[in-house]
Write a protein that binds this ligand. Structure first.
Ligand SMILES: Nc1ncnc2c1ncn2[C@@H]1O[C@H](COP(=O)(O)OP(=O)(O)OP(=O)(O)O)[C@@H](O)[C@H]1O
Length: 249
């Protein structure tokens, strides 16, 4: 898997939200997107699997390549793209279905029916999402009855069930308590062995703890990106330094 953006600009109607963003996303790494509110982190994240297409009046130019193919090409199949590049949202958003049905939701959409195969996928995905032991005896229980942290891991299991290559996470811990947050952070560390993860976070300690690379955005521009340790100990740009030392944002 090789993903990169080059000279990416995005406009909401007349208003430009991203300026000339060029970023490479290395395989089997965690890339953290940081920056003050409104700087374009979520907008950038959503371009990577074309979720912005769902918003009226959005226009982009520049390129986003997945394995050297422009994902904004006219013949891109969006269902396949979003299967390869899955997304986890800020607030856990399970469907009002059982735990089991939540996990295999995407597989059903893709037409899979074989019960034995679906059972395997449920177990494998819940194990990968570090949730299996907590729910294996109540797979038919409603997902809405789980804790917020469990619901978020269920949403991760739901994405993993369709075997993505890239996982986009938009502040996946912002609605969670500290213990659930720690579990998700540990899980992200595990998952990067098999997946590539791009994560928006407001929390700089979290970026420092879990990511390999960090990209700092300000006013729609990518100011600086580098190995996470370098960004936090020896940033090149004064604006990055001001942000990570808490002078603004
Ligand atoms: N659906 C939309 N329609 C119009 N403008 C939008 C839309 N979504 C975001 N914007 C604008 O684009 C800019 C970037 O917003 P975005 O949500 O990407 O920033 P962010 O860094 O993720 O912020 P936060 O950390 O607060 O979530 C902002 O000026 C915002 O107002």
């Amino acid at each position: 898997m090789k993903m990169m953006t080059s000279n990416l600009n995005l406009y909401y109607g007349e208003q430009q939200a991203l300026y000339d963003v060029s970023l490479e996303i290395p395989q089997n790494c965690v890339v953290a997107l940081i920056g003050p509110s409104g700087c374009g982190k979520s907008t950038f994240l959503r371009t990577l699997n074309r979720m912005n297409d769902l918003i009226g009046g959005v226009r982009i130019d520049g390129r986003i390549e997945l394995d050297a193919v422009n994902i904004y090409a006219e013949d891109t199949d969006l269902v396949t793209l979003r299967k390869r590049v899955g997304m986890v949202f800020q607030r856990p958003n399970p469907f009002p279905l059982s735990i089991y049905e939540n996990v295999i939701y995407g597989c059903r959409v893709h037409g899979l029916k074989d019960k034995k195969r679906l059972d395997e996928i449920v177990e494998r995905s819940l194990r990968r999402a570090a949730l299996w032991d907590e729910v294996k005896d109540r797979l038919q229980a409603p997902a809405m009855g789980m804790s917020g942290g469990q619901q978020q891991r269920l949403c991760i299991a739901r994405v993993l069930a369709v075997e993505p290559e890239v996982l986009l996470m938009d502040e996946p811990c912002s609605a969670l308590d500290p213990i659930s947050t720690m579990k998700i952070e540990e899980l992200v560390q595990e998952l990067k062995q098999a997946y590539t993860i791009v994560m928006v976070t407001h929390n700089m300690q979290q970026a420092a703890r879990v990511s390999d690379y960090t990209a700092f955005f300000l006013n729609g521009k990518l100011i600086e990106h580098d190995v996470t340790d370098t960004i936090f100990t020896n940033p090149q740009d004064r604006k990055t330094e001001d942000y990570i030392t808490g002078r603004f944002g």
